[in-house]
Structures are given as structure tokens and as C-alpha cells.
Design a protein around this ligand. Structure first.
Ligand code: HAM
Length: 420
């Protein structure tokens, strides 16, 4: 029978590795908690229409990458390719515009995109991110940059940079779009097939094309920052002022446009310098029109999401170790049936006290159990044999010093706790 493997573009998180995930997830939670964000959990799938309206039907995500299916009731549903549209849908559905504004939420969950898998690019991947809905204040934009930067710094990453840009608003962008389309049309024959196709529908994305010929052809293209209205200009300047005063280094990348349609004003990406092609470890920006696009009143909002998988690549490339230990505190070894009962009692009593305890499940020889005790990293091994039991004692070995002593059974629990 053919072996069944995990689907292409997915992966398993093995026992042991999951500890490293938990360590980072705990830190993510702590940072968002300090910033005053609350966790939001939304369904894994949504009505397809939400993403088409929210992300934009001219984007790669909607055109090529969605996992869309029809359920048994004939509805078109899609596994979420990102979190922002879902959060906005839930904000409206639960009438959170009536709550105190802004509504500040974070999430950490799997996303699904039918992309060509490679290192750092999966079909099921995990993003953590935040959305701040109901404020136009540039400080909210800055929080979205500061939070992942704080995480990366605390984890020990050094080789990353923050790139920011402003892509304007419905007041100023149409004029820029017109100028850009005109400019691109004159060079359309040197653009790649995809860019020729997206030139009219989504011209800003042409600036983001990875094809060398397109990059060369658009090197002198008009830049959106030269067309910003006063309001966008002031907003962008304030974002930069706050970043400077918080000493968060950044560079302005005037060609940064992002791949989702909902952005207005600030956009940003965090780029890891040690990671290969998929070097964008986080991205986000302001999306002042999305709440309205999804059916609500005009509401300013900003957010970001960061890829966990790419974070692992960045940590690996900078040789950052995540300090997690799988070591046990105590290993309880035993010989004989009556000793086994006592061993189980002791193991559970210690676990109740918060100790991490392992024991033998197979009735193996003492030698085999002591080998396991060594491998378990336990600081203390308790050895219970029939002979010891009869004398009302157990042997306790301090695995670091190698010292062994007999301890009365009645004092065993408190003794173990005192040496840990
Ligand atoms: P995005 O740039 O599409 O933005 O994704 C954010 C991050 O998710 C990327 O920088 C990358 O680290 C990770 N990522 C994206 N696709 C994959 C993939 N196939 N495999 C592994 N990692 C991936 C968004 O999703 C927006 N919703 C961000 C946002 C929130 N904007 C405003 N609020």
C-alpha cells in the first residue's frame, strides 16, 4: 500500500519542536498583552465572498491561491488565507463599532494559500498578527511595527530591517495610478506576461515584480510618495517621527506596495537579511477602507501579520537558540510489583506538586531504567526495590553529583522537592 504522507506544503510539528513554538507563542502573547491587545479567534473557513471583497479580486491571493470548496449545502467557502478580512467581518458581525474604540485584537493561527511550496513558503502556515480598528492615529501604525520588532529583538534576532512606505489614499492614489499606468503602457512590451496582464487592474504590483526585466524596466517609474495628498504626507511624517523617537530603525522603500488590495497610507514589511527568497518575515499597514468594503461605516484601521515559519528560518540563519528544556525533574525507577505501586504513587504525588516526572512503563530491568533516567535529563532518580520497601526507604540519586542516599519513604516527597 502506498505510504500516506502530509499534503504538499504542510508540515508536522514534532514533539520537542512544539516546545520552541510554545516559547515563541508565549512571548507573542506577553507582548500583545503589554500593548493592550486581546486575542481574537475566528473560524478556519469563511464565505468566499468575504475574501474576494476584502482582499481584492485582482490579487494573487484571490485569483490563484485560495482553498475554495463548495460545502454540502452548496455554499462557497474558503479556508482563510489571512486574518484581517475575518477580523473585520467579526468586528461588524458583533457590532464592535459600538464598543470603546479602537478595538485592539491579536491572533495566532494557521492560514492557507495554494502557493508553490519552498523554504519559508507553505500551503498551511502560521501567522501571528494584530489589528487595531477604529483609530486613524499614526501611533497605532507604529505599534504594529514596534510589536514584531520587540519580539524579534527579545528573541535575539539582529539581522532584520523595517521597510516602510505610504501608498496614499482614495484622494491621492487615483491620480498616481493614472500616471503610472500611462508610464507602464509605454514600456509594456518589456514587462513580463503577468505584469502586462496586471498593468490595468493592479498597476502598483508591477513595481513589486521579482522578474529582473520588470525591475530594470520600472527602475525609473513614478513613485507614489511624490503624489501623496497633504493628509497622507503628514500621516507618513508622523509615523516616521514616532519611529525615530522610539529608536526603531527603518528605511523608506518607495517601491514597497504589498500584495493585498486593502491598504491605504502606511505599508511596511520586516525583512530578514539571512533568509533566502522568502525574506519578508512580517508585513502590514493601514486599511482605512476595508471596514466599509466589507459592509460597515468608514472606519480607519491598521494591522500586521508575521510568519512563524519564516521566523524559524531567520532564527536558524542567525543561529539563535530557543532556550527550552525537555528535561525531567525526577525519574522514578522500581523493581517488583509492590515497588511499582509505590513508584506510581510517588510519581503522581510529585506531579501534583508541579514536578515533571517520568517512570518506566514496561517493567524493564533496573539497568534499562537507569539508562532512561540518564537520557531523561532528570535531576533526581528515585530507586524503589522490594528490599528497600521492606526497610521503609528508597534510594535517591542526585544525577548531577552522582551522590546516592537512602531516604525514609515518609520523607521522600519533601526530600525530592528540597533537592529540585
Ligand atoms: P502578508 O504579507 O500576505 O500579509 O503575510 C504576512 C506574513 O505572513 C508574510 O510576511 C510572511 O512572513 C507570512 N506568509 C505569507 N504567506 C506565507 C506562506 N505561504 N508561507 C509561509 N509564510 C507566509 C497579510 O497576510 C496581511 N493580513 C497582514 C495584515 C494584517 N495587514 C494588515 N493587517
Amino acid at each position: 500500500m502506498a505510504e500516506i504522507t502530509a499534503p504538499r506544503g504542510t508540515y508536522d510539528i514534532l514533539p520537542g519542536e512544539s516546545r520552541r513554538w510554545q516559547y515563541v507563542e508565549d512571548m507573542v502573547r506577553e507582548i500583545f498583552h503589554n500593548y493592550g491587545y486581546e486575542e481574537f479567534r475566528t473560524p478556519v473557513f469563511e464565505h468566499t465572498e468575504l475574501f474576494v471583497r476584502g482582499i481584492g479580486d485582482a490579487t494573487d491571493v484571490v485569483q490563484k491561491e485560495m482553498y475554495t470548496f463548495t460545502d454540502r449545502g452548496g455554499r462557497s467557502l474558503t479556508l482563510r488565507p489571512e486574518g484581517t478580512a475575518s477580523v473585520v467581518r467579526a468586528y461588524l458581525e458583533h457590532k464592535l463599532q459600538g464598543a470603546s474604540q479602537p478595538v485592539k485584537v491579536y491572533y495566532s493561527f494557521p492560514m492557507f494559500r495554494y502557493e508553490r511550496p519552498q523554504a519559508g513558503r507553505y500551503r498551511q502556515f502560521v501567522q501571528f498578527g494584530a489589528e487595531c480598528i477604529g483609530t486613524a492615529d499614526p501611533i497605532a501604525d507604529v505599534e504594529m511595527i514596534a510589536a514584531p520588532v520587540e519580539l524579534y529583538q527579545r528573541l535575539g534576532l539582529r539581522k532584520f530591517r523595517v521597510e516602510i512606505n505610504s501608498i496614499g489614499c482614495p484622494q491621492c492614489r487615483p491620480r498616481y495610478r493614472e500616471v503610472l499606468v500611462e508610464w507602464l503602457k509605454q514600456r509594456s512590451e518589456v514587462l513580463c506576461q503577468t505584469c502586462q496582464e496586471r498593468m490595468e487592474q493592479n498597476p502598483l504590483r508591477v513595481l513589486d515584480c521579482k522578474e529582473a526585466s520588470c525591475q530594470e524596466a520600472t527602475a525609473e517609474a513614478p513613485l507614489v510618495t511624490d503624489y501623496l495628498c497633504d493628509e497622507c504626507e503628514t500621516h507618513f511624517a508622523k509615523v516616521q517621527d514616532y519611529l525615530r523617537s522610539l529608536e526603531i530603525p527603518f528605511v523608506i522603500n518607495k517601491r514597497l506596495v504589498r500584495g493585498l488590495d486593502y491598504y491605504t497610507k502606511t505599508v511596511f514589511e520586516i525583512i530578514s537579511e539571512g533568509v533566502g527568497a522568502q525574506s519578508s518575515i512580517a508585513g502590514g499597514g493601514r486599511y482605512d477602507g476595508l471596514v466599509e468594503d466589507v459592509g460597515g461605516q468608514p472606519t480607519p484601521a491598521v494591522g500586521f501579520a508575521a510568519g512563524m515559519d519564516r521566523l524559524w528560518l531567520a532564527l536558524e540563519s542567525e543561529k539563535v537558540e530557543i532556550p527550552v528544556s525537555l528535561d525531567f525533574d525526577v525519574y522514578v525507577a522500581c523493581l517488583g510489583d509492590s515497588a511499582r505501586g509505590k513508584a506510581v504513587d510517588l510519581a503522581f504525588a510529585l506531579r501534583n506538586e508541579g514536578c515533571r516526572v517520568d517512570l518506566d512503563y514496561q517493567g524493564r530491568s533496573l539497568k534499562a531504567q537507569l539508562k532512561s533516567a540518564n537520557r531523561s535529563g532528570a535531576k533526581v532518580t528515585v530507586i524503589l526495590g522490594e528490599d528497600e520497601l521492606q526497610r521503609g526507604v528508597a534510594s535517591v540519586r542526585n544525577m548531577e553529583s552522582g551522590e546516592q542516599q537512602e531516604v525514609p519513604l515518609t520523607e521522600l516527597l519533601s526530600f525530592c522537592k528540597s533537592v529540585l
